[in-house]
Design a protein around this ligand. Structure first.
Ligand code: EPU
Length: 331
């Protein structure tokens, strides 16, 4: 494993922000993990998948470890076990081609398997936590591996124990319970529309294809228009707040959800009402087909992008009294 000094991360984050880190190492295998220096402090380490959920706002005095994309999937004790460096969508395709269900609604989510538990990835009514059985972590300070059960991961909406940053852990593998008798979930409106008049029980592969088409129709390809997916989380509000807003805005979207208490509303809708859909200043802006996607139209710096997100947050707070929370990790 090579350690590079003063290294540019521009080609390693999907928002294409130029930023330098003190040291950089690429992980291809367990032996690369085990070769990492043991004396790196937790606050000095940054572990990255393919950088599809991160906004760099300044140079980093850190040791950056990035997994090289490499598909490695096996079946052990009836569980599907995937190496952290496996591209997430390769795992979804592998599963649906074997008629194994559970993650088909998570098709085309960018990123690598190791990053998936970090924010409990979710889409179209399904979250990773619904299928995940364990997460294996490597402790770079002790050199030991440890397994956390689903409960120990403390999953909630776009959240997990891995976001607390207080353990020297690098996710190395995950174990999933994917089965051919799992029920498909096409309850989300866009999926219902896709399957209207067709079988109520489409195959996992058909569901993954439908999700892929929906995502492609509204989300920009990060390798064509640099972005990091949804920039903010959808806010969870209580019914009094919802009623207050609905007095003026009858069309406020409200989604009941099994994954969190209260009601979720749409951050994209709030941003659109504040005029941010398609809004652009210099090269920083929000996508014109989906207001929740922060985009870099060319050479926006991390600070330009950060300024745009702060402006959007302030506008939503003033107009609706709702504080948006970042989904993307801001560093
Ligand atoms: N909407 C607007 N304006 C827009 C876009 C959407 O008002 O410009 C409203 C519409 O009412 C629409 C609703 O927002 O019905 C929901 O939009 P969409 O289905 O696109 O989903 P989302 O709530 O914006 C969430 C996830 C996505 C996930 C989709 C589908 C979060 C923060 N985002 O987005 O995840 O793909 O649902 O399930 O929960 C990601 O995390 O990076 C991500 C893309």
């Amino acid at each position: 494993m090579k350690i590079l000094e003063n290294y540019s991360l521009k080609n390693h984050n999907t928002l294409a922000v130029d930023c330098y880190c003190d040291q950089f190492a690429e992980i291809k295998s367990l032996s690369d993990l085990e070769a990492l220096p043991k004396d790196i402090k937790i606050t000095e380490m940054l572990i990255m998948g393919c950088g599809s959920n991160i906004l760099f706002t300044e140079n980093l005095s850190r040791f950056v470890v990035q997994f090289k994309p490499r598909k490695h999937i096996t079946i052990v004790d009836n569980l599907v076990v995937a190496w952290a460096g496996t591209p997430w969508n390769d795992l979804v395709n592998w599963a649906v081609n074997k008629n194994l269900g559970g993650i088909e609604n998570l098709a085309l989510i960018p990123g690598l398997v190791g990053a998936a538990p970090f924010q409990n990835i979710g889409a179209y009514g399904t979250e990773l936590q619904d299928s995940l059985v364990w997460v294996e972590v490597y402790n770079w300070q002790t050199g030991l591996y440890h397994r956390l059960s689903n409960e120990e991961c403390l999953f909630s909406y776009r959240h997990s124990i891995f976001k607390y940053h207080d353990q020297p852990w690098i996710i190395s593998r995950i174990g999933l319970d994917l089965r051919n008798d799992k029920p498909v979930n096409i309850s989300y409106q866009p999926l219902q529309e896709k399957f209207a008049g067709q079988s109520k029980n489409p195959s996992f592969k058909k569901v993954a294809q439908a999700v892929t088409e929906i995502r492609q129709s509204k989300l920009p390809d990060p390798y064509k228009i640099p972005n990091a997916g949804s920039f903010f989380k959808n806010p969870v509000i209580d019914s009094q707040v919802a009623q207050r807003i609905q007095r003026r805005h009858k069309d406020l979207p409200i989604f009941e959800t099994k994954h969190c208490e209260g009601q979720k509303t749409s951050a994209a809708w709030l941003l659109e009402q504040c005029g941010f859909k398609g809004h652009r200043e210099g090269d920083a802006g929000f996508y014109d087909k989906h207001a929740l996607i922060l985009v870099n139209h060319g050479n926006a710096s991390g600070q330009d992008l950060l300024k745009m997100t702060k402006m959007a947050k302030r506008a939503v707070k003033i107009k609706f009294g709702i504080v948006l929370e970042e989904e993307v990790r801001v560093l």
